[in-house]
Design a protein around this ligand. Structure first.
Ligand SMILES: C[S@@+](CC[C@H](N)C(=O)[O-])C[C@H]1O[C@@H](n2cnc3c(N)ncnc32)[C@H](O)[C@@H]1O
Length: 353
């Protein structure tokens, strides 16, 4: 039962649960009898009023939505079950949410089942805003799922992540992938994005989770063994539209990562140019993209831009037998990119619009 209680809590605190699915999970999968007032009390006190949510709240709208569905479910059950009571504090909580307006920043909590189910990653997101890098995307979860299933493959690598958003990939590297005795020039991840708000938010997320990192607001700088070796994570600005070969040479990645970055047709050619620069820096570099195909034409454009530069994509088979996350990944795939012709190291290709 303890494991099931964990799962009930973790699903709700992720902030991504569909209320109806969550209730079905409680009743059908966990067989928790919700007509029992003690079970309702447990749910209210330990889950819906989870203590750290006072300081780092979930979205009010989400909490309100879940509570409404739960109360509706209990009231329907009450009609069929003699002498069933409903725990009063559930109504009180709902009233509280109804009288508050939603905050702009929310905090999701992610627990990684197979690794350390007690470890809680707190992710600060601003999903109401237009800036996509202030939210967490399904491909972002999917790439970390892939990494957790293939941990050794990501050890001792110099990773560069493009369009990192809130920085979750780096958090996973810090917690489960990096080996503590290696210096940053041997294994690191450079988390990059182009908007100050996104970079600052990923920095705040590292601080919130007590993860040491270097923050280079303006540009990437080399992570060598002379610097603080405990800081294997660097957050830095890297804009695909202006990125130079020098910036890539500073990092010298041997593994390029990106999740959900193929969505805006106006920057696809720039994104592919950055990939090309990375291959120019190291022709043997590995490149993994997690993609969510929302629009076939957008992906076709990405492939066409790649083809212009001799870059080909291939799907990486990954069936995901035992997921680490409760969060569902909507149609995500991992692809690997390879460049089939070599260029001179100093050749900084012109922008192809
Ligand atoms: C859909 S989000 C994905 C974020 C994160 N990788 C995830 O999966 O949760 C796309 C990311 O690409 C970034 N991006 C968009 N245009 C960019 C550019 N020109 N240079 C660098 N990053 C860019 C956005 O800021 C955002 O963080």
């Amino acid at each position: 039962m303890q494991q099931q209680q964990f799962a009930i809590k973790q699903r709700y605190l992720s902030g991504y649960e569909q209320p109806r699915q969550w209730i079905d999970f409680i009743v059908n999968d966990c067989q928790l009898d919700l007509s029992n007032i003690e079970n309702q009390e447990w749910l209210c006190t330990n889950v819906l009023q989870y203590p750290s949510c006072k300081l780092y709240p979930l979205s009010h709208d989400y909490c309100q939505f879940v509570l409404k569905e739960l109360i509706q479910y209990l009231e329907a059950l009450q009609q069929k079950t003699e002498e069933m009571e409903i725990f009063d504090a559930l109504y009180d909580s709902l009233v509280q949410y109804q009288t508050k307006t939603n905050t702009h920043e929310w905090f999701h909590r992610i627990f990684i089942q197979q690794e350390n189910p007690n470890h809680e990653f707190i992710l600060k997101v601003f999903p109401e805003f237009k800036q996509v890098g202030l939210a967490m995307w399904p491909s972002g979860f999917f790439i970390t799922e892939y990494m957790l299933h293939n941990k050794t493959h990501f050890q001792n690598r110099r990773m560069l992540e493009l369009g990192s958003g809130i920085g979750f990939t780096a958090m996973i590297c810090h917690e489960f992938i990096f080996e503590s005795n290696h210096s940053a020039d041997k294994e690191c991840i450079v988390v990059t994005d182009y908007l100050d708000s996104v970079l600052w938010n990923s920095f705040e997320n590292m601080q919130l989770n007590h993860i040491p990192c270097l923050f280079e607001e303006n540009q990437v700088s080399s992570l060598d063994s002379k610097e603080d070796a405990s800081k294997k994570i660097q957050i830095a600005k890297l804009d695909w539209t202006t990125c130079t070969l020098e910036q890539i040479q500073t990092i010298q990645p041997n593994l390029l990562l990106a999740a959900d970055v193929i969505y805006d047709t106006s920057v696809i050619s720039h994104l592919v140019r950055v990939v090309d620069l990375c291959f120019t820096c190291d022709a043997e570099m590995e490149c993994l993209f997690a993609i969510t195909k929302r629009n076939e034409n957008t992906f076709a454009l990405f492939e066409a831009e790649c083809a212009k530069r001799g870059i080909h994509s291939e799907v990486v088979p990954f069936s995901n037998p035992s997921p680490h996350f409760y969060v569902k990944f909507r149609d995500s795939t991992i692809i690997t990119l390879r460049r089939f012709f070599k260029q001179k190291k100093d050749e900084n290709l012109a922008f192809v619009a």
